[in-house]
Structures are given as structure tokens and as C-alpha cells.
Design a protein around this ligand. Structure first.
Ligand code: GCB
Length: 598
């Protein structure tokens, strides 16, 4: 699948959508027998009901389902809207974790690798408007050394077991909406905007790709938030001039609407598509991170798409609540740790002026992690048998698909191409060098970085040299100097001083302490709410003393589910909020720091 030239389904005067969320038939296929047996040719043999969107893992009362690894079948029928005659019909998945193959009736239409980016198939020839079709998706959630994120299936005395090196539960299934969408045959296929400004005059550079459009003309109309036309253009590429520009800025999500039209020589509009545009610039200068030329300081969190019951599914109610809490606490930004989030999240951030560090699902490329002394024993991270050139190609494609999907969001200011990979070896340097090029080629307009792990401290990291911004995850006072905040402060200050000498801006992308809500202590004891507050205070003293630090993202916004392990009690408890979004003492402390007005 192309994966990089597609537009999100949209209702316009020439386009129509039908969302396929709801209950689907569902069946686990532990022997991977369904494909050969042709399960897509008719109803699944013994299905149960499953919600879409949802992670399937926590919806049944069965441990074998929760921990299942392998082939998973989803199926439903849908009636194609009768008005879609002569239209091009596509079947669009916002995501399927971690890969999927899809059939429409008996026809295989698309396969896609990667659990957090969209894919679609042109199914026009297999559907008849007004009639029903059967849609079958074979999802697979196995992680291997050639998947992003990586994992390995190990033989144990009790059978096969999935192992991976990232610290969140391997939720899987169909996590976001599935759509049938109709477009005209002559159509707009892709659109890229890059914005700028000089004084009062803004610019919107655009590049439109079309299909089946011989003899047709591309027209563009830019309207302000009140719907007034402010600029028009003709041709597939160009630059719109915006007088008295109203900038998009942190805390101020001002959006223009760019309408792209495909017009015939009599002036009839054959296709039209709308794109929200925030006019703003992003630049790294010395140790500063500039948005619209103004120094920006990131305040916020590394987050997760993680809730009880639905796992990693997108839900509008949870989206609203999480953004309300971000606003309450005074956060101006977050990182989509550790994978691309639902596109609805980015749309919301665009509209509300929230700043995003957008991350691929490349997490756990580090055999040194995963439970301390029980870490990745027996594996070399980068080697022909483990993470290798094939993996790098999958990783490159994940970067391309992330950027293709999110390039037009003003909220996104920085790409993170990996979280905490091994980065202190020659293998790591060779692996990553070309991946930075992939990102810069896909988007020359934004800075690129990756998130450095404490196992590769200043002086030993061989990958940071490629990054525009230094992103550091550090746990002084938690994983090291545990309970010893005075010692932590000294060690942390020393390391940070080293990084500051690199002359690049530094964002602390993680710092945090596990905290059991309701556990209190008069003296600073780890796991207590008071210790979490003291731990954060200590970190803030260290950051405030370092000029090059341009941001602080606490790990994590909320407690979240992980794989089982001796380091985790009912998941990771480093949230400022509990998993059900109740504030810990740290939430109030952060609010006092981040909202000096509150
Ligand atoms: C990290 C990882 C994050 C973990 C966190 C922790 O460095 O990036 O995924 O959850 O540490 O709590 O250990």
C-alpha cells in the first residue's frame, strides 16, 4: 500500500462518508488457519461480538484473550449508500494494530504494516451502491525484530510467549474508526501546506496532487475563521498571500480554511476538499526553540492513549476530558509517546493551540531496557539477526507515514523518530543516520529529533549529533539515587551541564516518579504523593538553572497499563493523574508552577 498519499475521508459538496464503527464479528485464530481456509469468503466460523473501535484485550473475561498473540479476524457487512453510483469508493482504516490484510467480499484489497497510521483501498470495482458487502480484516498483533515497535516470540516451557522492550501493554485491535468513503473519480489525492509570515503578511505555500484530472484545473480558496475569503489561487502549486495575517500560536489555535477545488473548463467544481491551516513558523536557533520567532518553553507531559476497558481506542469523551485536564493544569504541549495518536487528537490540538511533539512507534529498540537486571539478556540490539536493515526500512516507512499523515497540522512542531533506542554504539549510529535523512526529506519544514535514554548519557551518545533538538528522558531520584533527592540533584545538574555545552535546545521529555495515589509520607519516601512533589521540585530547580532547557514534559500525564513485571504494580504509576483521571498531589503542584495565574 502506498500509505503516504491519501486524504482523510471527509464530507464535502463532492464527497461523502459512512463510518463503520459499532459491533463487528470477531474470532481469534491461534493456528493461523483462517487465511488458507478462506474465512473471508463467508461468516467467520465461530465469532463473538467485538467493539470497534477498541482494544480487544480487556473486553472479555478471558486471560487467553487479554494476552493473545497472533491472527485476529474482524468482520461485518455494510450496505453501500445507494447514492454512490459512479463514485470512487474507498475503504479507509485510521489504524489497525499492528498490521492487517483486508478483503471486500472475496477480494483481497489491501495489506498494511504498522499499528498507528491509516491505510485504504480503492474498492470501487467490488461494491455496488445500494447492495451489501462483507468486509473482513485479518489483524495481527505479533511483534518481531522486524516490526515497529519490535519484540520477539520466545519458546518457553509453557509454549510461545511474546516479549517486548517497551513499558506499556501491547493493546491491539482496531483502535480507530473505519470508513467507507466516496469521492469523484477526478479527485484531489494529496495536499501539503507550509506556512510562513513576514511582518503582517502571511504565506501559505501549497502543493496539490490530483488523479484522473486531465484538462481540469486546481483552484484554492483561503478563508479566515469568520468565513471571509482572504486569498485565492490557481494551479496545483503556489503560494497564497495573506494580508493582516492572524497567526496560529501556542494557546491560540487560530485556523484558516483552505478549500481546494478541481474545476473543469466550464467552471463546474468536480471535487472539493477542505484543510485547516494554522499560519505559524517553527525554528531552532542556537539553544532556543522558536514558534513565530518567539522562544517557546514546553510545559506538559508524555502521554499515552490508554484507558480502562477500551485500552488504546480513541474515544471523543476521553479526548475532551484529557484536554480539559491539560488546560486545567496549565500544560501548553505534549508528546505523542510512543506512537502516532488519533488524528482527532491533532485536530483538537490545532484548534486549541496545543503544541505537539509527534512520535513514531519506534520504542524499545534497546535490549538493555525492560526490567533492569532482567533486561534484554541474550540479544544484541542492532545485528543481522535482530534489529537489522529490514527493520530500518519498516522504521523509515513508519516515519514517512507519520509525516504524510500529520504534516499539515500546525500543532506539530517537532518529529521524534524514536524513543530511547540504544544510541551509544556504532550499530546505532549506522542505523539512525539515514533515518534522520528520511524525516528531513519528507518534511524540510520542521526540526527532527529522537529521545535519548539515560543508558547513553552525555559524552557517550552517538545519535544526538544528528538531532536538531536534544530530548532527554532522565530519572535521577527514581531509577538512580532512589529516595536521595540531594544526591540526584547534584548528579543531574552535572549531566545536564554537559548536554548544555552542545549548543542545542534541550527538552526534558521524561522525568517522573511512580506514586500510589493515597499513599502519604511525612518524610520523602518513594511511592508517596509527597515524594512525587519533592521529586518534581528538585527537577525544576535543575531545569531552571540551565539556560538551554526549553521544556519539561513530566512522565506521565496519567497512570497506564503495562505488561506484568516486578517493577509494575497494576501498571505504571508515574501519572500526575490516576488512570481514571483523578489528580494526585503532583497535579496541584504542577498547576501552581505552570499556571502562575491560578
Ligand atoms: C522511560 C520510557 C517510558 C517508561 C518510563 C518509566 O524512559 O520512555 O516508556 O514508561 O521510562 O516509567 O520507566
Amino acid at each position: 500500500t502506498k500509505g503516504t498519499t491519501m486524504l482523510r475521508p471527509q464530507d464535502t459538496s463532492t464527497r461523502e462518508t459512512k463510518r463503520l464503527d459499532g459491533l463487528w464479528s470477531f474470532e481469534l485464530d491461534g493456528d493461523s488457519a483462517g487465511r488458507d481456509a478462506g474465512w473471508f469468503r463467508g461468516p467467520l466460523p465461530s465469532p463473538r461480538d467485538m467493539a470497534v473501535p477498541a482494544s480487544f484485550n480487556d473486553l472479555t473475561a478471558d486471560a487467553a484473550v487479554r494476552d493473545y498473540v497472533g491472527d485476529i479476524w474482524y468482520q461485518r457487512t455494510v450496505r453501500v449508500p445507494r447514492g454512490w453510483t459512479d463514485q470512487r469508493v474507498v475503504l479507509h482504516f485510521e489504524s489497525a494494530t499492528h498490521r492487517a490484510t483486508v478483503w471486500v467480499d472475496d477480494h483481497e484489497v489491501v495489506s498494511h504494516e504498522g499499528g498507528y497510521t491509516p491505510f485504504e483501498a480503492d474498492v470501487t470495482e467490488f461494491v455496488t451502491p445500494g447492495e451489501e458487502v462483507r468486509i473482513t480484516a485479518l489483524v495481527n498483533n505479533t511483534l518481531s525484530f522486524q516490526s515497529i515497535p519490535p519484540g520477539v516470540i520466545e519458546d518457553t516451557a509453557a509454549g510461545k510467549a511474546q516479549r517486548y522492550w517497551h513499558d506499556f501493554f501491547n493493546f491491539a485491535g482496531i483502535h480507530r474508526s473505519v470508513w467507507l468513503a466516496a469521492t469523484p473519480q477526478a479527485r484531489i489525492e494529496n495536499l501539503t501546506v507550509v506556512t510562513g509570515f513576514s511582518g503582517d503578511v502571511g504565506s501559505v505555500d501549497f502543493a496539490v496532487e490530483t488523479a484522473d484530472s486531465d484538462g481540469l484545473e486546481v483552484r484554492t480558496v483561503l478563508r479566515d475563521a469568520a468565513g471571509r475569503e482572504v486569498a485565492t489561487g490557481s494551479g496545483a502549486t503556489g503560494s497564497l498571500r495573506v494580508d493582516d495575517v492572524h497567526l496560529w500560536a501556542p494557546g491560540h489555535g487560530y485556523l484558516y480554511d483552505l478549500e481546494v477545488q478541481l474545476v473543469d473548463d466550464t467552471g463546474v467544481v468536480l471535487d472539493t476538499y477542505h484543510q485547516s491551516v494554522g499560519i505559524r513558523t517553527v525554528e531552532v536557533r542556537g539553544t532556543e526553540f522558536l514558534i513565530n520567532g518567539d522562544p517557546f518553553y514546553f510545559k506538559g507531559f508524555g502521554m499515552h492513549e490508554d484507558h480502562s476497558t477500551i485500552g488504546k481506542a480513541h474515544s471523543p469523551a476521553h479526548l475532551v476530558q484529557d484536554f480539559e485536564l491539560l488546560d486545567w493544569i496549565g500544560a501548553n504541549s505534549f508528546r505523542t509517546s510512543h506512537y502516532p495518536y488519533s488524528e482527532d487528537v491533532l485536530d483538537y490540538a490545532d484548534r486549541h493551540g496545543i503544541v505537539i511533539i509527534d512520535e513514531t512507534a519506534a520504542v524499545g529498540l534497546n535490549m538493555g531496557l525492560g526490567g533492569g537486571i532482567f533486561g534484554g539478556q541474550g540479544y544484541t540490539t542492532f545485528s543481522p539477526d535482530t534489529i537489522n536493515e529490514t527493520t530500518r526500512e519498516v522504521h523509515a516507512q513508519a516515519i514517512r507515514e507519520l509525516i504524510a499523515r500529520d504534516k499539515n497540522h500546525p500543532s506539530v512542531v517537532l518529529w521524534s523518530i524514536a524513543n530511547e533506542p540504544e544510541s551509544d554504539t556504532e550499530g546505532a549510529e549506522d542505523y539512525f543516520r539515514p533515518l534522520f535523512d528520511v524525516a528531513r526529506e519528507a518534511d524540510p519544514s520542521r526540526p527532527v529529533g529522537f529521545v535519548n535514554v539515560m543508558l547513553a548519557p552525555h559524552g557517550s551518545c552517538r545519535v544526538s549529533q544528528f538531532a536538531d533538538v536534544l530530548m532527554l528522558n532522565r530519572y535521577y531520584g527514581w531509577y538512580v539515587n532512589t529516595g536521595d533527592l540531594a544526591g540526584a540533584e547534584i548528579a543531574w545538574t552535572e549531566e545536564l551541564t554537559g548536554w548544555a555545552s552542545e549548543g542545542k535546545p534541550i527538552i526534558i521529555t521524561e522525568y517522573g516518579a511512580d506514586t500510589l495515589a493515597g499513599n502519604h509520607s511525612l518524610t520523602p519516601q518513594p511511592w508517596s504523593e509527597e515524594y512525587q512533589v519533592d521529586y518534581l521540585d528538585m527537577n525544576h530547580r535543575v531545569f531552571d538553572a540551565c539556560e538551554a532547557v526549553v521544556g519539561e514534559h513530566v512522565w506521565n500525564f496519567a497512570d497506564f497499563a503495562t505488561t506484568s513485571g516486578i517493577m509494575r504494580v497494576d501498571g505504571n504509576k508515574k501519572g500526575a493523574f490516576t488512570r481514571d483521571r483523578k489528580p494526585k498531589a503532583a497535579a496541584f503542584a504542577l498547576r501552581r508552577r505552570w499556571r502562575k495565574d491560578a
